[in-house]
Design a protein around this ligand. Structure first.
Ligand code: BT5
Length: 267
């Protein structure tokens, strides 16, 4: 079933995020579309949503599997008055909003740094933040969110069948994608409002509360590098804090986190 765009527009009328809403049946990447709109001066909150992406992107040029009418793919333009170096905070803000939205369906959903959402160790959602700076400040950022709603295991490519999941897989029934998109926009807005009014501190606390990795043994890989240790939390800049076995504290800017088997997650 298609998204109910009239319902989405009506529900977001008068809000900061989710309106104007640009709808695409199919597109390369909603992030590319939103970046283009941002460059053209589109206002904060402008959102692009699609039924399908033919070139859905993850971080570091990776692919985001985005078949038609199964999941939610959306990108939001934000224009926060912050220095460009703090842009990674936006991913954390979005991650907290995203996990809150997903918890309406699956209360045990949790975050994995930087901002994947996991259910029973399977990745059900990811975030891609891209930013354009003006001098030292953020001109605009695009927060791209992909949530697997109704994908079944056999619909994922074979290499993702052990690590990817969806709300439908967790629940054993389909979800209403319009409701899911709406929840994502609502919770993203709530978290973003908190961030604008009170700064990063309260968002950081909520992130830590919903994180699957804090206190656990993890490995962080970036290219051929690997750092192992206990995840302590995130810093004010959104970097990951780790304590290695030799006691040294390390701050990680970017990479992929792998939880120990004993941590109960595979991804
Ligand atoms: C992410 O990247 O998790 C960010 C994903 C952001 C997607 C949204 S959809 C709307 C907007 N438009 C876009 O073009 N992108 C955004 P990363 O952490 O790099 O994870 C990518 C990795 O996750 C891939 O290399 C696969 O291993 C795995 N993967 C790909 N598609 C997946 C899916 N649908 N569900 C779960 N895992 C997936």
């Amino acid at each position: 079933m298609r998204l109910d765009i009239a319902r989405l527009r009506e529900a977001r009328e008068g809000h900061r995020i989710g309106i104007p809403l640009v709808y695409r049946e199919t597109t390369g990447s909603t992030n590319d579309d939103a970046m283009e709109l941002g460059r053209q001066g589109a206002e904060e909150g402008t959102t692009v949503i699609a039924e399908e992406q033919t070139r859905g992107r993850g971080r570091l040029g990776r692919q985001w599997v985005s078949p038609p009418e199964k999941n939610v793919y959306l990108s939001v333009i934000l224009r926060p008055p912050i220095p460009a170096r703090l842009a990674p905070q936006l991913g954390i803000v979005a991650g907290v909003g995203l996990v809150e939205a997903i918890r309406n369906w699956v209360p045990e959903a949790a975050l994995k740094w930087p901002n994947d959402v996991l259910i029973a160790g399977r990745k059900v959602a990811g975030i891609l933040v891209e930013m354009v700076a003006k001098g030292d400040d953020v001109d605009f950022a695009v927060v791209g969110i992909g949530v697997n709603g109704n994908m079944r295991i056999e619909e994922f490519p074979p290499e993702l069948r052990d690590t990817a999941g969806s709300l439908a897989i967790a629940l054993g029934r389909d979800v209403d994608r319009t409701e899911l998109a709406l929840a994502v926009l609502q919770h993203l807005e709530a978290e973003y409002e908190t961030y604008l009014q009170h700064g990063f501190a309260p968002v950081r606390i909520r992130w830590l509360d919903r994180a699957a990795i804090v206190g656990k043994e993890i490995a962080v890989r970036h290219g051929n590098d690997e750092v192992r240790g206990v995840a302590l939390g995130i810093s004010d800049d959104g970097t990951l804090e780790l304590r290695r076995a030799d006691g040294q504290l390390v701050e990680i800017l970017s990479g992929d986190v792998f939880l120990d088997e004993r941590g109960g997650a595979r991804n």
